[in-house]
Design a protein around this ligand. Structure first.
Ligand SMILES: [Zn+2]
Ligand SMILES: [Zn+2]
Length: 218
């Protein structure tokens, strides 16, 4: 799978903390290089564009929040890592960590993340340590706008198989509260959201994710 050229285009409505329209265009060559351009966050409209080439290089441009332009650069020799991950810390640092590769539980898969965007929310979590009431209280892998390939399926996964290319819906709502029951699961208060502490996000090579919240792409 490495060294192959992959092109993924995800397009969807993802509602969670951003509360709006997310449009992600991803383009990937190998692993771990993320180049994100994010524009416009104020009205909940996020446009993510990612491009991947090599390993362990992250470059983020964010426009339109308060300062208009932010440039984050993290560099490390990710080639020696099995699962390089970009983590934010409680004291507003960014670090590259070799994270354990998890096993899929019932109804879950392990994905190889091919591309992931960096959006204004990620920048907020890093620079401010929070988005509203959502606080970074410990190390957490950032990222929530991504596409990948299924590499392993857990028990009872019937909708996906290894090799399937998928767009990732980063939220896992409780499915028990009345908002979830009404179908307005994007407003669920008990949601687990990838990339928001304590739930790890998509800026890592291998991510565990419920099959239910993955969408097959051509
Ligand atoms: Zn976002
Ligand atoms: Zn709920």
């Amino acid at each position: 799978m490495n060294g192959t050229h992959t092109n993924g285009h995800t397009n969807g409505h993802i509602n969670g903390h951003t509360n709006g329209h997310t449009n992600g265009h991803t383009n990937g060559h190998t692993n771990g290089h993320t180049n994100g351009h994010t524009n416009g966050h104020t009205n909940g409209y996020t446009n993510g564009h990612t491009n991947g080439h090599t390993n362990g290089h992250t470059n983020g441009h964010t426009n339109g929040h308060t300062n208009g332009y932010t440039n984050g650069h993290a560099n490390g020799d990710a080639t020696k890592y099995k699962n390089p991950s970009l983590q934010v810390t409680e004291d507003h640092r960014i670090k590259l960590v070799d994270s354990p590769i998890e096993e899929p539980g019932r109804g879950e898969v392990i994905l190889q993340v091919k591309c992931t965007g960096i959006c204004g929310s990620d920048m907020h979590l890093w620079k401010s340590g929070r988005i509203g009431s959502l606080e970074v209280k410990g190390d957490c892998i950032l990222g929530h706008e991504a596409a990948g390939v299924v590499v392993k399926c857990g028990e009872d996964v019937t909708t996906l198989k290894p090799g399937d290319r998928v767009g990732i819906e980063p939220q896992e709502p409780c499915e028990q509260c009345f908002l979830c029951m009404e179908g307005r699961y994007n407003l669920c208060d008990n949601v687990k959201f990838s990339g928001i502490w304590p739930d790890n996000g998509t800026i890592q090579r291998f991510k565990r994710h419920p099959a239910k919240w993955l969408y097959k792409i051509p």
